[in-house]
Structures are given as C-alpha cells and as structure tokens.
Design a protein around this ligand. Sequence first.
Ligand SMILES: [Zn+2]
Length: 213
Amino acid sequence: MQRVGKRVSSERRIPPTRKGRDHEIRARALREFAGLTSDDQRLDPFKLAHHARLMVIDFKQVQGVLSVETVTELLDNAKDSWSGGAASKVLPGGEKLIVLNPTHGRNRQRATLMEEICHVFLGHTASRLAIRKKDRNGNILARDYHADIEEEAYATGAAALVPFGGLREMIEKGKTAPEIAGHYGVSKPLVEYRLKVSRLWDEYTRKIFHVGS
Ligand SMILES: [Zn+2]
C-alpha cells in the first residue's frame, strides 16, 4: 500500500497532556487562519498581526513621546526585563499599537508578537504589558495574577510557531534544537520549551545523545 505523506494521523499531531492539547488545538486554528496547510511550514507573526488588528510600530516612532531617561532605561538598564508592550488605547480604525523591544533579535520578537496576537485571539481583555521582572540570574521573580493568561498566550503562541506534528517529525529525523529553531525562525530556548511541554524531551535527548543505545 502506498503511504501518503501529507496525511498524518491526528494522534501524531497532538501532545499527550490536556493543557498541551488545548494549546495545540487553538494554535492550529491560528496556523490555518494564517493560510498554512502543514506543520512544517513557518508562521510569520508579522503577517498574522494584521488580522489580529495589531499594528507593529518601530520603537523609534514612540521614542519621541518618551523622556530621554525612559528611553535610556528601556534600551539600556532594563533592556532584558521587557519584551514588548501593547498600547492600552485603541486607534480609531480599531487597531492596537504594539511595540517590540528593538534590542531583542528577530526570533525573540517573533515570539513576543505571537504572544500578543494570541492575547487578541484568545479574547484576553485585561490591560497587560509583557514585562517580566527578573533577578540577576534571569529567573522570573514575581508572577502576577495574570499568570494563567500569560501562560496561555505564550504557550499557544509557541505552539503556533512550532507545532507538535512538525516538531515530532524533526526530532525523529535527528534534528537538533538549533536546527529546528532555524527552520521555524524562533530561538533555541523556545524549541526546548516546546520539547519539554510536549513531552518530547526524552525522545529528543535519546536521539541526539544516543542515551541508552
Ligand atoms: Zn502576555
């Protein structure tokens, strides 16, 4: 019998945990909405932002309305403690302004934007700012009461960027986290996060490090 490559059984495209399944199903809807037809395709959040009525503006465009001290703080001392921000006011046309940290690389910006898009699609209405306080070792210090909403948006966004089915197929082929990150245009930590929440970490490390073979 001929095997048809495109048709992957749904079980192979859905992670084993309940939370993982919930995030994956919403993420898949977002990918379909973006016009993607298979799990190995790269999602471009900058295109999708338009559909979520988010307008991504350059930091330079808001720089003028901020004090010199604030700009210095945001780009220097505090550059690692914020990833992006959404304006609380909606424009007359219904669009919302989003600013991404310009000191972050494109891969990180994509994940931040994807999270903001998920907040819109998941109907999170509370005012938010993607700021996370971190200690010197980079650990998140305080999680506010929006932690559940933040987790849902981040997890869904990450699943949309790196879908389970594609991730699984790539690790079965022996691809490394950096290779997978390059394929989807995301950071290596995001791929590692996806491997862990999708319960693919053990399979991944066995493949890469030949543990127990
Ligand atoms: Zn958020």
